[in-house]
Design a protein around this ligand. Structure first.
Ligand code: IFM
Length: 442
């Protein structure tokens, strides 16, 4: 094995990513809490409950963990339903709470990246039709104005909406998130309304804070044809990628939301990102199939023989990380990897996944692709939506019943990477020795 270090650029942001509903606990005023009350909605009837008890103050100890782990950044989200518990009411104590958290990040030298919408909606907003409401962007903009005005002294990087594509598909096509619909036309309408909301938020933030950097955390799923030589496989692969990956970010680049059913002009969306937030987890093989008309005549599966995460939810496909970055280059923006990680309670795959995905990120850095940071999903095991607590993405293990945390070896691995601003052969030898020859050949 060669002795070497893959260095990252000076000033690179190293963080972990989290979301309010997944960590705060007792978020009783949003549509997710209501959804969890029906045990059939969540695997094993799990509930978010206390989550990681950040609302009870445990954010302090977890931010200490992030800082002790040599991170220089942290992605969090704020919970709309706490800040605006009713359409005509603001909760200043919730805003003060977030100010305290943000001060807590700053005191620990952790640069905050703050998401304004991460899957959960106030119940009152859901009752008004949620993202199907054609006025949703105006309602969202009001919340964004209030929140950014209160928090702007502490935040430069804003994510308006987390994974608009995942949200629209899970909530309106697959029926797995509230409101649990399975309506393709509605899905595309929601995506359009989310683009409108992002654009409104983008301009509202810049009006309040001209120097702010504003973007979206886009989920890119890498689709590859099952048989590269077969035109029908290539065709359905392209369609999957266009519909899932491209519609939203292209809308923000061009001001046109072009879905399979509609074309809407949103001129104010054109050029409405200052950086490109990229969430990458895995890659699918796609085969043409007459048996799956509802899935665009495509059958998606993981490459047989691929290393799978503990519950089979993700395949370890690190080259997809490089492809994701190359895809994101078309938007000609600085790139932040806003999420990447794997569910793995025993921490067997995580060190390998981490090393390989960072190696691919470094490959991209070497072509001078403008990658400015990496946020690992996630710091401490959290509530994983419709999968409840069955999936463990944390660098730290959490027992939600006792709130006890236990460090996984990957936390030490990541801490060494953050400290070094790079990935060295010694680290790989220590934490993922099976990769030594592959990543550092003689
Ligand atoms: O937990 C989620 C997160 O909320 C959005 N991106 C994917 C993560 C892992 O499933």
């Amino acid at each position: 094995m060669a002795q070497a270090t893959f260095h990252f650029p000076r000033g690179f942001l190293w963080g972990a990513a989290t979301a309010a509903h997944q960590v705060e606990g007792n978020n009783q005023n949003n549509d997710w809490w209501a959804w969890e009350q029906d045990p059939s909605h969540i695997l094993q009837g799990h509930k978010s409950g206390l989550a990681c008890d950040w609302w009870g103050g445990r954010w302090r100890e977890d931010f200490d963990r992030a800082a002790d782990g040599n991170q220089n950044a942290q992605r969090i989200s704020v919970e709309w339903s706490r800040i605006q518990p009713a359409p005509d009411r603001w909760d200043e104590t919730a805003l003060d709470f977030y100010i305290e958290m943000l001060r807590g990040l700053r005191e620990r030298n952790l640069t905050p990246l703050v998401t304004l919408h991460h899957f959960s909606n106030p119940i009152w907003f859901a009752e008004m039709g949620g993202w199907e409401n054609e006025e949703a962007h105006l309602i969202f903009e009001k919340y964004v104005r209030k929140t950014v005005d209160a928090l702007r002294d502490y935040v430069n990087y804003w994510v308006t909406i987390n994974e608009p594509n995942v949200y629209a598909f899970e909530a309106y096509l697959f029926g797995l998130f509230p409101p649990g619909k399975k309506e393709p036309l509605t899905t595309m309408r929601v995506l359009t309304n989310l683009a409108r909301a992002h654009a409104a938020a983008y301009h509202a933030i810049h009006a309040l804070q001209p120097a702010a950097r504003v973007g979206v955390a886009h989920h890119y799923r890498d689709f590859k044809p099952a048989k590269a030589w077969f035109p029908l496989d290539r065709g359905v692969t392209g369609i999957n990628s266009k519909v899932f990956n491209d519609i939203f970010p292209r809308a923000l680049a061009t001001g046109i939301v072009a879905t399979p059913f509609s074309r809407s002009k949103i001129p104010q969306a054109k050029g409405s990102q200052d950086y490109f937030g990229l969430n990458y987890y895995t890659r699918d093989r796609v085969a043409f199939s007459l048996l799956h008309p509802g899935e665009l005549f495509s059958h998606r599966y993981y490459q047989p023989g691929a290393q799978l995460s503990a519950t089979g939810f993700l395949a370890n496909e690190p080259e997809g990380m490089y492809d994701a970055i190359r895809w994101a280059l078309q938007f000609k923006l600085p790139i932040l990897v806003t999420e990447n990680g794997v569910e793995d309670p025993e921490d067997q795959l995580r060190p390998i996944y981490l090393a390989q995905h960072l190696h691919q990120t470094w490959r991209a850095v070497n072509f001078n692709f403008p990658i400015k940071g990496y946020f690992h999903w996630t710091l401490v095991d959290n509530f994983e939506w419709e999968r409840g607590w069955t999936q463990r993405f944390g660098l730290w293990e959490l027992d939600p019943a006792t709130q006890k945390r236990r460090k996984r070896p990957s936390a030490d691995f990541y801490a060494e990477i953050c400290r070094e601003n790079g990935l060295s052969s010694e680290m790989v030898q220590k934490y993922a020795p099976s990769l030594s020859e592959e990543l550092f050949p003689d």
